[in-house]
Design a protein around this ligand. Structure first.
Ligand SMILES: C[S@@+](CC[C@H](N)C(=O)[O-])C[C@H]1O[C@@H](n2cnc3c(N)ncnc32)[C@H](O)[C@@H]1O
Length: 371
């Protein structure tokens, strides 16, 4: 046993500096590595499984507590509208998509920073897992030490998927080093635009990181960008060609992060697809997707990827960008996501551009021009 202990100490020297062994339980990668090491040790004999007690199923009879529609003074139509809106918002980000994006930024980005996840529902009880905890919260809790975070603050929104729970409580989860606190301030809704959430955003947060509700994205972007804080968030990738957001791209208040986010989990934990992409104001160095842009002379762009609309505006596709065209031309969302605005081009119209060809309306684009 002593030999195994000494070998563990020699192989995991960094853990000896960690004052609290909590780190094993929060960092599954570290824990797995630790277990693998023990299993591969020459003195390892065998793995013993302990069968959990099989508990008898107890059926509880719960009194009906949900107030009727009449008692809550709302109509069936109101409820259905809320249900539709809520359904579109309940797309949960997968852990691996968060991990993949965050790894793209330099380690200095996170070191000693206060991260604020202001749409991150349930920071559940230990043991935490993807079923009871937002993957953003889980990722930052599990990687708190590795990223060198100063503090993590996550807020729980009271008006989530429980349509009948009119009085759900918002709460704030804070992890400060090894200390974790959950507080439920009076009258706090947990909404990102609740006065207390705005106070945390302005006074405490250094980097905001979440996937906000699609139905409130316009308000969310405005609040976050106006706060002047750093952010890394998921939103619809067509925001790049949507009039509500184009001015932010035009004025370099935001740019694309690295990856598209196609897959999410619904409340039943089934895979569902949506048109998400990361957006940020953190530095994106040597954007790998920049190589999707083919910046070449207009004459060399294949005919099928360049055309003129009824207003004689040039439209280019498939990543082709004319290097020698001086007038504005129209592109779809992809070149903006692939970093066109970092390659000597600018947006020249603060609203979307709708091309018409032979009188027929085409997909919206954005007008850009060589600087
Ligand atoms: C697209 S989901 C993403 C959830 C979580 N951030 C994630 O990435 O898995 C948006 C979440 O925001 C919640 N939400 C809706 N309105 C909100 C508000 N005003 N403030 C904060 N969260 C809100 C929804 O209940 C939903 O859980």
């Amino acid at each position: 046993m002593r030999q195994v202990e000494n070998d563990i100490k020699a192989n995991f020297p960094q853990l000896r500096d960690t004052p609290n062994k909590e780190v094993y339980f929060y960092n599954s990668a570290l824990f797995d590595g630790y277990v693998d090491f023990i299993k591969s040790h020459s003195l390892f004999i065998r793995q013993v499984f302990i069968k959990p007690d099989i508990k008898k199923r107890v059926i509880k009879i719960v009194k009906k507590t949900t107030p009727s529609l009449q008692e809550r003074d709302i109509t069936w139509k109101d409820l259905m509208q809320k249900a539709r809106k809520t359904k579109n918002d309940e797309f949960y980000t997968r852990y691996e998509d968060i991990e993949k994006e965050i790894k793209m930024y330099s380690t200095d980005t996170w070191r000693n920073k206060v991260v604020f996840c202001n749409c991150d529902d349930a920071v559940g009880d230990i043991p935490r897992n993807g079923n009871n905890t937002s993957a953003f919260a889980l990722y930052f809790i599990q990687n708190f030490m590795q990223l060198g975070l100063k503090k993590l603050i996550c807020t729980h929104y009271s008006g989530g998927i429980n349509l009948f729970n009119a009085k759900g409580k918002g709460y704030i989860f804070t992890k400060d080093g090894f200390q974790e606190i959950k507080s439920e301030p009076d009258n706090y809704t947990g909404s990102f635009d609740d006065p207390l959430s705005i106070k945390i955003l302005n006074e405490d947060a250094e980097i905001v990181c979440t996937n906000p509700p699609f139905s409130r994205a316009i308000d969310y972007w405005k609040l976050t960008i106006e706060s002047g804080k750093k952010f890394l968030i998921i939103s619809n990738y067509t925001n790049t060609i949507n009039t509500a957001y184009i001015p932010y791209f035009m004025n370099t208040k935001v740019w694309a992060g690295h990856s598209r986010v196609r897959w999410y989990l619904n409340p039943k934990k089934e895979l569902v697809t949506a048109a998400g992409h990361w957006f940020t104001n953190l530095p994106v160095i040597n954007r790998p997707k920049g190589k999707c842009l083919k910046i070449i002379s207009l004459a060399d762009i294949p005919e099928k990827y360049k055309k003129y609309d009824d207003a004689e505006t040039l439209l280019v596709d498939n990543g082709y960008i004319p290097s020698d065209y001086e007038k504005p031309f129209a592109v779809s969302a992809n070149p903006i996501l692939d970093g066109l605005l970092e390659r000597g081009y600018k947006i020249v119209q603060d609203k979307q551009y709708i091309p018409y060809i032979a009188g027929g309306k085409k997909f919206a684009r954005v007008l850009v021009q060589k600087i």
